[in-house]
Design a binder for this molecule. Structure first.
Ligand code: DSN
Length: 447
């Protein structure tokens, strides 16, 4: 993995050392947090380029500063690529990240107090889909829909809520839902109540461009996405307006643009915008299509193997890039499982599961995904190994926890979890195997 830091070493050895260590950590661990990925060297170079020096408040041909000759061309090129990749009418590429992108949409099309209907955070939604601790639930009247007992979208229940609460905007989007979303069913519900349908495809945008996940473009009015997840771009976001969106409101593109600037943000990050443009070019290739296909094959293999080893998968499995395991049948909290796996260099995250009886800080589940490890070239054979390691480690820590008869209150203590992890021989053995695997599949600079 290239670290791009020779000058940092000269100027700030302390910072260079930390960056180098983080690069080494990434090289030596399995990146299995489903929202993370490895951007190509080309993308990373754009982000670190001179473009970060430029202020460009406004939009192409309508800026508030001089010196925009090339900046305008860069932003227009990225916008054109987004329009082509997603089959939309308009793309705003200035939103600084996913949360401000969603907020800009609300700011554009809603009035404070209007109603948003979105997936509950603890059922796999996102903070910005109406959580009461987020602006989306503070300035707007947010109503949450939840999954059914099987952990699947319940479109009938969503429709009932929509008819009851008459939202002005419905969010169809996920961060921890392992199955495909039915955009058409969401569209019917939104149309029935006259709401805007916003598809938040942050987790899914790379899969959509690769053609392995249905596109919401024919169904939603607005599509938001981050650009650093399955799309493998820099940390940024886009807001797109579809043909259907323009039909509903001919001014929608203008409304979105002015919500981003000047209503929410100042100067755009042109270095990020160039990185997004490069990632979009990379994503519209046959190579990337194969990458998308492999992400899903890997996820399905991993899911099948984990199920065979007695894990309870939310929604019964995965046909996307992510898997959510409900660990209640294993009697272990997500914190201990995730920390034990991290000690063996398998990095994923603890996560609430639908109808979780545990608090969000000590949830009952773990969430994992295959975008990062697929970027390193790993395939089904490696997924079988990884599933075995995950299973062996969790079984071992459960054995230690049970032998010591530790209560939930005790395992909530970080010091207790550290002791369990330190006493596991399995973790040490698996770590050696993971290191070997990481060496065999180095992080390359290609997409
Ligand atoms: N934090 C992201 C995730 O992990 O899914 C969502 O923004």
């Amino acid at each position: 993995m290239k670290t791009y830091i020779p000058q940092i070493k000269k100027v700030d050895p302390e910072m260079a050392d930390l960056i180098k260590k983080e690069c080494k950590r990434q090289e030596e661990t399995l990146m299995m947090i489903p929202s993370e990925n490895i951007a190509s060297e080309a993308v990373q170079q754009a982000v670190g380029s001179c473009l970060g020096n430029k202020y460009a408040e406004g939009y192409p041909n309508k800026r508030y500063y001089q010196g925009q000759e090339y900046i305008d061309l860069i932003e227009n090129l990225t916008k054109e690529r987004a329009v082509k990749a997603f089959g939309v009418v308009h793309a705003n590429v200035q939103a600084l990240s996913g949360s401000p992108a969603n907020l800009a949409v609300y700011l554009g099309v809603l009035k404070p107090g209007d109603t948003i209907l979105g997936l509950d955070l603890s059922h796999g939604g996102h903070l910005t889909h109406g959580s009461k601790v987020s602006t989306s639930g503070i300035y707007y009247n947010s109503v949450a829909y939840i999954l059914n007992k099987e952990g699947k979208m319940d479109y009938e229940a969503i429709e009932k809520l929509a008819l009851k609460h008459k939202p002005q905007l419905i969010v169809a989007g996920i961060t921890a839902y392992p199955l495909k979303v039915n955009w058409s069913k969401f569209a019917k519900i939104a149309d029935k109540v006259g709401a805007y349908l916003m598809a938040d495809v942050a987790h899914l945008s790379g899969l959509i461009v690769a053609g392995v996940y249905p596109s919401p473009a024919p169904y939603a009015h607005i599509i938001t996405t981050t650009t650093h997840k399955t799309l493998r771009g820099p940390r940024g976001a886009m807001i797109m307006v579809t043909k259907k969106g323009i039909k509903k409101n001919p001014d929608l593109a203008k409304i979105i643009d002015s919500a981003v600037f000047p209503r929410l943000q100042g100067g755009p990050h042109i270095n990020t915008i160039a990185g997004i443009g490069i990632a979009l070019k990379e994503a519209m290739t046959t190579r990337f299509k194969k990458y998308g296909e492999q992400i899903i094959k890997n996820s399905q293999t991993l899911a099948k193997e984990l199920k065979n080893r007695g894990f309870h998968l939310v929604a019964g499995g995965s046909n996307t890039h992510l898997i959510l395991i409900d660990l209640k049948n294993k009697d272990v909290i997500g914190n201990l499982a995730a920390e034990a796996l991290e000690a063996a260099n398998i990095v994923l995250n603890r996560n609430s599961v639908p109808f979780d009886s545990n608090p969000p800080f000590y949830p009952s589940g773990i969430r994992m995904g295959t975008p990062g490890i697929t970027s390193r070239g790993m395939k089904e054979k490696e997924m079988i190994k990884i599933a075995t390691w995950i299973s062996d480690i969790i079984d071992d820590i459960v054995r230690i926890q049970d032998k010591q008869e530790l209560s939930f209150a005790q395992v909530k203590k970080s010091s207790v979890r550290k002791k369990i992890i330190a006493s596991s021989k399995t973790i040490k053995e698996v770590k050696k195997e993971v290191l070997k695997l990481c060496k065999k599949f180095p992080i390359q600079g290609e997409y």
